[in-house]
Design a protein around this ligand. Structure first.
Ligand code: IPD
Ligand code: CA
Length: 273
């Protein structure tokens, strides 16, 4: 067993526990606790409660590791490892009762900054759909339904280059209305490559879908580290490429994910040169 194998098992256990809590709370009704960066950027009581559960469980099991979560901030560790957590990715879907929301948990090594870190483990769990996506560095990306008696786990692979029908590409739009003109212009530049567009509403599930071949590619401006930390490793371990601005790692300025051929095409189209 490698270190990543131990860590992924803990990440899976915690993500499933956290996901069941989110699902239970959803059934009881959603309480909007606050707005964040913009009026449309909401946080529910469940986002906070689920992150608190994850943070508590990780502190018990991995006291020396750092933590970097969407709702409760960052705390440096001593081990060189950091857990990067989005307790509910797809909060607007969650609030509206759309099942595409997920618990996203990654373990990264090195400076807790996506330009510099190395992903070791990525787990994305969608409790309303009972779908679990996992990856360890060098160990591949995997899909496992968590329904009782569900199908056996299977290894993920991104799609090959799309044919002349064009690519199925997902994207997202920032919460801040001031960014929408730019978002739509970028989408306009990608349209000639696309057979159709999807806006799923959860970046981690967009990335998991690229890894699983349910999408050919995905791009979005405005993501935060916890939105893409786990999903990026899923895509890379499924044979895909994840990047940001030309030659960079994914960042808030841009995230692109696809198989190698489409990645290059998306990068060029988005750049607009
Ligand atoms: C959001 C989702 C959404 C993306 C936003 C993210 P949240 O995360 O991933 O798909 O378009 O940029 O902020 O707020 O639901 O955790
Ligand atoms: Ca979130």
């Amino acid at each position: 067993m490698t270190q990543a194998d131990d860590l992924v098992q803990l990440a899976i256990d915690v993500a499933r526990e956290a996901g069941e809590l989110a699902r239970r709370r959803r059934g009881e009704g959603v309480e909007i606790a606050a707005t964040k960066s913009a009026a449309a950027d909401i946080v529910t009581a469940a986002d906070r409660e689920v992150e608190a559960l994850i943070r508590r469980r990780l502190a018990q099991e991995r006291a020396g590791d750092g933590f970097f979560g969407e709702e409760s901030g960052a705390e440096a560790g001593t081990s060189g490892l950091t857990w990067v957590v989005d307790p509910i990715d797809g909060t607007v879907n969650y609030a509206y009762g759309i099942p595409e929301y997920a618990v996203s948990i990654a373990v990264v090594e090195g400076e807790p900054d996506p330009q510099h870190w190395h992903g070791l483990v990525g787990v994305v769990y969608a409790p309303a759909m009972q779908e679990l996506f996992t990856a360890t560095v060098g160990g591949g990306a995997w899909f496992a339904p968590t329904t009782a008696g569900g199908a056996p786990r299977r290894r993920l692979a991104v799609n090959e280059a799309p044919t002349d029908t064009g690519a199925l590409v997902a994207t997202g739009f920032g919460y801040d209305p001031a960014t929408h003109v730019g978002d739509l212009a970028r989408l306009g530049r990608v349209m000639p490559l696309a057979r159709d567009i999807r806006r799923i509403g959860s970046a981690s599930l967009d990335l998991a879908a690229v890894a699983a071949g349910r999408l050919d590619g995905y791009f979005e401006r405005g993501l935060r580290p916890w939105d893409h930390a786990a999903g990026a490793l899923l895509v890379e371990e499924a044979g895909g490429v994840v990047g940001g601005l030309p030659g960079q790692r994914p960042s808030t300025a841009l995230t692109i994910a696809a198989g190698p051929v489409l990645f290059a095409q998306l990068e060029q189209a988005i750049d607009g040169r």
